[in-house]
Design a protein around this ligand. Structure first.
Ligand SMILES: CC(C)(COP(=O)(O)OP(=O)(O)OC[C@H]1O[C@@H](n2cnc3c(N)ncnc32)[C@H](O)[C@@H]1OP(=O)(O)O)[C@@H](O)C(=O)NCCC(=O)NCCS
Length: 97
């Protein structure tokens, strides 16, 4: 799991990968829930976002389960080996005080 700092100030991008034998055990959801407050507080982020391919249902469930909201869809945003795919955009922002 990693948090990349986007070019925009106070914006981070979340990524994760679980080794195949450990999938389906709730680990990704638990890890995202743990990392989320750390990323917002320690990294002083005002937005943590994730980009997910539309057919990656498992990853979308991970994000929704950790409190992310889907915002929209970026067309032809992800390119892997010359193949373009749309990306669904999810994000969390800190609660307003
Ligand atoms: C996507 C990935 C991170 C999920 O990790 P995981 O530890 O298996 O996820 P969890 O066990 O926390 O599952 C969370 C939810 O997604 C569901 N889910 C997991 N994999 C799924 C799949 N392949 N298809 C449908 N649902 C799936 C689980 O049933 C669970 O559902 P719930 O919310 O009803 O409980 C893992 O499959 C992975 O590493 N994939 C390859 C890398 C990747 O896609 N990274 C994300 C890029 S955006």
């Amino acid at each position: 799991m990693w948090v990349a700092l986007r070019p925009q100030p106070h914006v981070g991008g979340l990524g994760y990968w679980i080794i195949p034998p450990a999938r389906g055990l709730g680990l990704a959801t638990a890890a995202v829930r743990l990392v989320l407050p750390w990323a917002l507080n320690a990294l002083n982020l005002r937005r943590l976002e994730a980009w997910v391919e539309p057919d990656n249902v498992g990853s979308q469930r991970v994000l929704r389960g950790a409190g992310f909201q889907q915002e929209g869809r970026l067309r032809n945003f992800i390119t892997v080996e010359d193949r373009s795919s749309d990306a669904l955009v999810f994000s969390v922002i800190p609660p307003k005080l």
